[in-house]
Design a protein around this ligand. Structure first.
Ligand SMILES: Cc1cc2nc3c(=O)[nH]c(=O)nc-3n(C[C@H](O)[C@H](O)[C@H](O)COP(=O)(O)OP(=O)(O)OC[C@H]3O[C@@H](n4cnc5c(N)ncnc54)[C@H](O)[C@@H]3O)c2cc1C
Ligand code: SF4
Length: 496
């Protein structure tokens, strides 16, 4: 560390966000462009270069955080980019989208605000692209082995890049018309502009990875034929089977799944559509589900010009401070957090809630009510206690004309027949079963990411992609792999 007293003299300062009134009028990322670089050296200097760096342990990728904090504080950006890419294929994704379990685990966080690790990561990644420190890295020689990767989310992309760089010939099959998985058509532009994704895909193409878009394996391509054609297959198809809300009135018009709504908004940003057929413009919107997908719907509805937006969370309002007994450091605590989307909804006073951040906590939906045309016009809810029991005399009605369901995902979408056609075994949760080496019950077929782990995070998806690549490389070469395997299939986050 360049300044051993940095953590005593410099307060934590995050990448500033653009004013709410400005950013809700566009789809660009919420942060002030160019405002990170001037502050990031001082922030990296706050790192204590701990003898036992818990940040590193808390990161599923095993990012070498103290090393690159030190390099950034010394302004050695080239070396920082090299150390960052040593453990993470796509740091510009995690630098923008990760909830940063590393920061919850930072030793400084015991009694001070943590080092802004995620901002440092993003600064290095962006600088690496700006300075040309992330050139394509094609293999020196080809192995003669072929791999099909099914699914182009962060898992499939990480696996494909690792295997291509190891010399194998890799084709990525994707059912959508563009590459990227949930990062393309789930996550909104204001959280990560798609140019970051496009740039990586171009880098991968230059390295030799082939992409086959608009191709659903199981429907457009027979899964067993594909298995026969390639030496190995990696299934990275995600967990996109959404959960339903089986309450009276669910069949009414105007009630949609979050993943029916968000892709259309992303297509508007991509220039495919002039406006979204499900646009929230002028409508009273209720989002059922308190998680990040719900928050993405919230930010999207605000930008589309909703008349009001309310987000229902079945859980009670979390505490603002870590409960040291229930969720001690260095675990990732469930805290009350105001995401940029919540900030926007609150500041614009679009929420009919006392909180003014658009969320109603401890709320359970009882039923939807419709108008004469069969469209939803009201949502009846009740307050619930921590055991999800209704609290007497708390029923009330919210006026609504667009309901978005963001209740999470139960496992892989099986409508394409891929799982059944290959005869893949599932585990009791409905995700694809695999052994300690990421291998499914079908020889030569491996499974990774949300499809096998269940709904998770981008950082876990990249770690899964890297780990499955090492397993496939071992299988193809019949020898120990030189590719890193940061996690095993049964590793779980440091959360309670
Ligand atoms: C709205 C939303 C917002 C999120 N925000 C964040 C966030 O901010 N930070 C974070 O860390 N995580 C976030 N997540 C979670 C994160 O996006 C996922 O954990 C991650 O994308 C999983 O990666 P994956 O590659 O395993 O699967 P996916 O990203 O789901 O990719 C799977 C791909 O496989 C393709 N596919 C499926 N079946 C077939 C087939 N038969 N043939 C060909 N292709 C197929 C799909 O089209 C898809 O492109 C969010 C999730 C959602 C839904
Ligand atoms: S735990 Fe925090 S202070 Fe310690 S090395 Fe990691 S980032 Fe630096």
């Amino acid at each position: 560390m360049a300044d051993p007293k940095g953590f005593l003299t410099t307060p934590r300062e995050e990448w500033p966000r653009r004013p709410v009134a400005e950013r809700v009028r566009d789809w660009d990322e919420v942060h002030v462009p160019g405002a990170l670089l001037p502050i990031i050296g001082g922030q990296a200097d706050r790192c204590m270069d701990c003898g036992v760096p818990f940040c590193h342990q808390a990161c599923p990728l095993g990012n070498l955080i103290p090393e690159w904090n030190d390099l950034v504080s010394r302004e050695d950006w080239r070396a920082a980019a090299e150390r960052l890419h040593a453990t993470n294929n796509f740091p510009e994704f995690t630098g923008r989208l990760c909830p940063a379990p590393c920061e919850a685990g930072c030793v400084l966080a015991i009694n001070q605000p943590a080092v802004t690790i995620k901002n440092v990561e993003c600064a290095i990644a962006d600088r690496a692209w700006a300075e040309g420190f992330a050139p394509p890295a094609p293999p020196e020689r080809l192995s003669g082995r072929t791999v099909a990767v099914i699914g182009s989310g962060p898992t499939g992309l990480a696996a494909a890049q690792q295997l291509t760089r190891a010399g194998h010939t890799v084709a990525v099959y994707e059912r959508d018309d563009r590459i990227g998985g949930l990062m393309r058509y789930g996550i909104p532009e204001f959280k990560m502009e798609k140019r970051h994704l496009d740039r990586r895909v171009e880098q991968m193409r230059a390295e030799g990875t082939k992409f086959r878009t608009s191709t659903t394996v199981g429907r457009d391509v027979d899964a067993t034929e594909l298995r026969a054609r390639y030496d190995a297959v990696v299934i990275a198809t995600g967990a996109t089977a959404w959960r339903e809300l089986p309450v009276p009135g669910r069949e009414l018009g105007g009630i949609h799944q979050a993943m029916e709504y968000l892709p259309l908004a992303n297509r508007v940003c991509a220039g495919d559509l002039e406006s979204s057929p499900l646009s929230a413009a002028g409508r009273h919107v209720v989002i059922v589900g308190g998680g990040d997908t719900g928050a993405d719907c919230l930010g999207t509805a605000v930008r589309e010009g909703a008349a009001s937006v309310t987000q229902l969370d079945i859980y009670g309002r979390p505490a603002s401070e870590r409960d040291e007994d229930a969720e001690p450091w260095p675990t990732y605590p469930k805290l009350y957090r105001l995401s940029p989307a919540h900030e926007e909804a609150g500041a614009l006073r679009t929420a009919p809630t006392a909180d003014a951040d658009a969320r109603v906590f401890a709320a359970s939906t009882l039923r939807f009510e419709g108008d004469a045309k069969g469209r939803v016009c009201a949502l009846r809810l009740v307050e619930v206690d921590s055991g999800r029991r209704a609290v007497p005399d708390t029923e009330r009605t919210l006026p609504v004309d667009l309901v978005l369901l963001a209740l999470g995902f139960s496992g892989p979408d099986r409508s394409d027949g891929l799982v059944d056609r290959l005869g893949l075994a599932l585990d009791p949760r409905g995700t694809i079963a695999r052994d300690a080496g990421f291998a499914t019950n079908v020889p030569g077929v491996f499974a990774a990411g949300d499809a096998a782990r269940g709904q998770s995070l981008i950082v876990w998806a990249i770690a899964e992609g890297r780990a499955v690549a090492a397993a496939v490389d071992r299988y193809l070469t019949h020898s120990p792999s030189r590719l890193p395997a940061p996690i095993g299939p049964y590793d779980r986050p440091m959360t309670v």
